[in-house]
Design a protein. Structure first.
Length: 134
């Protein structure tokens, strides 16, 4: 077991746990181990934080032009159940995909990123100085 751990760059306890967890009646089989791991993952309880009550609490704040960062921070300060600002953004974008208008209350409204390189890149040069030389 130590040689295997050394060869693949893992701790020997990791290898030991893998064998113990996934061994069947006929020993360790990698396909069987993968199926067992996927089943354990699927059966694991998932935290659903953004339930209907949370959506009802968040929606008016978005409509009042609060940013998702502000909403998340305020929930944390009030010791309420919290969600991350990324989760709130995902909620807003899902609403937009369904034809909702919550995204219109965002301050930046997911404006496209403007490339800052190419033919008009003037960083590090003084454009006024260039016009004086010409």
């Amino acid at each position: 077991m130590e040689e295997i751990a050394k060869d693949i760059g893992r701790s020997k306890s990791t290898i030991s746990r893998e064998l113990y967890r996934n061994k069947g009646q006929r020993g360790y089989r990698y396909q069987q181990a993968q199926i067992k791991a996927e089943r354990r993952h699927a059966d694991k309880p998932k935290a659903i934080k953004l339930d209907e009550a949370m959506k009802q609490a968040i929606t008016p704040l978005i409509e009042e032009k609060w940013s998702p960062e502000q909403i998340s921070g305020r929930l944390r300060l009030l010791d309420e159940p919290t969600v991350s600002h990324e989760t709130i953004y995902r909620f807003i974008l899902a609403d937009k995909a369904k034809g909702g208008e919550l995204y219109k209350h965002l301050r930046h409204q997911a404006k496209p990123y403007r490339k800052r390189y190419g033919k008009n890149d003037y960083r590090g040069s003084n454009s006024q100085f260039k016009t004086l030389i010409k």
